[in-house]
Design a binder for this molecule. Sequence first.
Ligand SMILES: Cc1cc2nc3c(=O)[nH]c(=O)nc-3n(C[C@H](O)[C@H](O)[C@H](O)COP(=O)(O)OP(=O)(O)OC[C@H]3O[C@@H](n4cnc5c(N)ncnc54)[C@H](O)[C@@H]3O)c2cc1C
Ligand code: SF4
Length: 510
Amino acid sequence: MPNLILILGDQLTTDISTLENADRKRDRIVMAEVHDEASYTNHHKKKLVLLFSAMRHFAQQLEADGWQVHYQSYHPDNETKSLEAVIATQVRETGADRVITTECGEWRLHEQISQWHERLGMPVEIRPDSRFIASKQEFANWAEGRKQLRMEFFYREMRRKTGLLMTPDGKPEGGEWNFDADNRRKWTGKPPAPAPFRVEPDGVTREVIDLVEQHFADHFGTTEDFHFAVTRQDAEQALDYFIDFALPCFGDFQDAMSDGEDWLFHSILSPYINCGLLDPLAVCEAAAQAWYAGRAPINAVEGFVRQILGWREFVRGIYWLNMPGYAKENRLGNTRALPWFYWTGDTKMRCMHKAIDATHRNAYAHHIQRLMVTGNFALLAGIKPEEICDWYLAVYADAYDWVELPNVLGMVMHADGGYLGSKPYAASGKYIQRMSDHCANCHYKVNKATEDDACPFNALYWHFIDRHRGDFANNPRMGMMYRNWDKQKPERREALLQRANDLLARLEQL
Ligand SMILES: Cc1cc2nc3c(=O)[nH]c(=O)nc-3n(C[C@H](O)[C@H](O)[C@H](O)COP(=O)(O)OP(=O)(O)OC[C@H]3O[C@@H](n4cnc5c(N)ncnc54)[C@H](O)[C@@H]3O)c2cc1C
Ligand code: SF4
């Protein structure tokens, strides 16, 4: 009897645990572009193109390697609209008596698949996802008994575990665990940022672009200028390109933003790592090798490795440790609806317009835009966590619940009460001015706070500080903000709060 081997759209690697001990002659691989997965959120059109095209290429590769693959291409009239329906049909067709899958990345789907054995009346084996460096259990063991979970300590464990950037006697290379203090330079155009790595769409991708244009026309974003890699070979070239041209400056300008440059020195590898085209550990090893070979400085390489070995693994651990309750957290009690300009980019706030416009065109914005612009604004304006989480899940090519949710709900919105981050990343316009050239081109004046043309981030920042005194006044990392607020004259505080209330009352017009 054959086994049915389910490979999901973010499991596109022959190293996936489902394929261990599989028999090419006996077993059947099932891959499917199903309505339920393509439509549970307003996925960016470029994300749909990336995943459908990468899935089709991967299926072709499996077939060329001698596997039997049942592949369901998307069509709105397909009778089988869910993964369960596809599997049930395949069970009937093949007489399979076992389903094998690798644990999926989203609680929603995990809940469904965990019930399949009862619903299908056969064993459904769910294997661990060995692409992650720490298993769920390993993270849970590390977290157990700790009052606060801090990424930095977990990251050091991961460095020790993998030996990445470690000396033979177990010390961090370069003498420090973390070179973040060196990674805060503003970018003024020099050195020039490399153009993003491009792959021109082949016939398969062009077909998928037509399909997405036809059936997902109302989804966010555009398919225009699609240039993501859709195969492992091309994604590996994207990695090489990053190491050659962007990694040397990645550290220095990691927190920078630019009015004229979408990508700066970021790797743009998350869409590939998250869907399986690149292996996270191999990516970190390639960066470490660049340091050993003298091709990139330690602040760049350590900073890059920390994002993957540290943050990426850490947020995944937090997700699985705390779901499903985590998704419902709203400890700051936010109630405001997401302004419509998050979908259109139609706002006079230049930094917001630039971040949203890039998101719309590219299905990408870099970390600081996500954290300190669109995220910061949502935090200051008190947007409902579920609405801003839904937005982030929809608009990025790399968005999956396990990575998006802790980043947005925990890191950005502080809705988990400080479980993930020790202090909220709230900032006034000054921070955006320091790290970018947006303010020079903005309708608002970053040096003003209470006037009609004052930067909205300024008054909203103080409103946030004031309205959450009960939440943060005793946080040692926030004490200075409260001292600064209390030092201001009462009339000034009153004017700032009035300006903020006025802004909050007409968010849509900003
Ligand atoms: C509000 C918000 C939402 C986010 N949503 C997502 C998401 O849905 N999917 C996603 O992959 N990342 C998300 N991130 C993390 C980060 O912004 C992206 O991974 C990064 O911008 C991807 O671009 P890059 O590959 O050029 O990253 P680089 O800046 O080149 O970083 C290298 C790699 O590090 C990893 N990484 C960096 N920061 C994080 C982080 N905080 N969490 C997890 N991995 C990280 C990614 O794999 C990334 O490819 C989010 C961050 C914030 C603040
Ligand atoms: S002035 Fe304010 S709104 Fe305008 S770009 Fe600067 S920070 Fe953004």
